[in-house]
Design a protein around this ligand. Structure first.
Ligand code: B1M
Length: 211
């Protein structure tokens, strides 16, 4: 497992070639993909966030680290998704309007797929109207909202308010998450559930579709 710490280093250095090579090697050696993500990749992004906060790195460095992380995730996503069994429900997912942070959302989407959900991924920068229109068109059970910026969190409330206006609030369960989001905020805006991580989001989604 000592080689895997090089994965953290490769992401910190924004070295996508190295991070992909190390990920491939680790997967070939049957390392648990979930462990790669939680033990070696997420800590690298957390460290980049700290460096950004303290002025020790800037947006370009964040971006190249994120690219390295995404390149490795491309290899891991199908493995996480392949863990699933029965289709249990349909989820529309995306990041909030104005929010381009999609690494966490992609992880949540993969884990949901892995748990047997059909996932309609709307991508990034999604306005409330599109969430609702797609959820209605695809007959989704759940709307899953991800925000990484405090400035984009209010759009979560907007989705719920728009659902109410459309008379469709009872039709969908709404779950929220992302680094600045809290259980308190979820309660305040009237979301049906909150999780601070991708695994938790899956448990939550399961509970909500069977409730
Ligand atoms: Co930016 N960024 N960023 N960034 N970025 C943060 C979020 C920040 C906290 C950094 C910091 O200051 N410490 C800060 C936000 C501050 C705030 O709002 N209070 C910030 C900022 C300020 C910005 C810009 C404004 C910078 C600028 O331009 N001046 C800008 C905004 C762009 C925009 O969105 N409009 C910006 C840009 C970027 C990049 C494009 C360079 C890049 C994103 C690339 C990409 O995603 N494709 C980036 C990155 C990489 C980060 C950090 C370093 C890492 C985010 C990440 O991917 N984490 C981040 C600092 C940090 O979080 N430590 C930061 C790893 C990921 C696995 O975790 O997304 O939290 P996360 O997802 C977790 C959970 O939150 C949860 O599960 C996931 C897995 O466990 N989860 C859910 C997520 N969604 C969920 C949904 C659920 C349930 C759980 O249910 C539906």
């Amino acid at each position: 497992m000592s080689d895997c710490s090089k994965l953290t280093e490769a992401i910190l250095n924004g070295d996508a070639k190295a991070s992909v090579a190390i990920t491939k090697e680790a997967l070939d050696k049957k390392t648990d993909p979930q462990e790669l993500v939680s033990k070696y990749m997420i800590p690298a992004m957390d460290e980049m966030g700290k460096r950004f906060e303290t002025g020790d790195c800037f947006v370009p460095e964040l971006l190249i680290s994120a690219r390295a992380m995404k390149a490795s995730l491309e290899l891991i996503r199908p493995l996480l998704a392949a863990r699933g069994a029965e289709p249990v429900g349909r989820v529309v997912i995306g990041t909030m309007k104005g929010d381009l942070h999609d690494i966490g959302k992609n992880l949540v989407a993969s884990m949901l797929e892995g748990a047997g959900f059909e996932v309609i991924d709307l991508g990034v920068d999604v306005g409330p109207g599109l969430f609702i229109a797609e959820a209605q068109a695809k007959k989704a059970d759940l709307i899953a909202l991800s925000a990484l910026l405090t400035t984009t969190m209010p759009h979560m409330r907007a989705v719920i308010e728009e659902l109410k206006k459309a008379g469709a609030r009872d039709r969908f369960k709404v779950i929220v998450g992302g680094a600045p989001v809290t259980q308190r905020y979820a309660d305040e805006i009237g979301a049906d559930g909150y999780s601070d991580n991708a695994n938790g989001a899956v448990g939550l989604a399961r509970r909500l579709v069977t409730a």
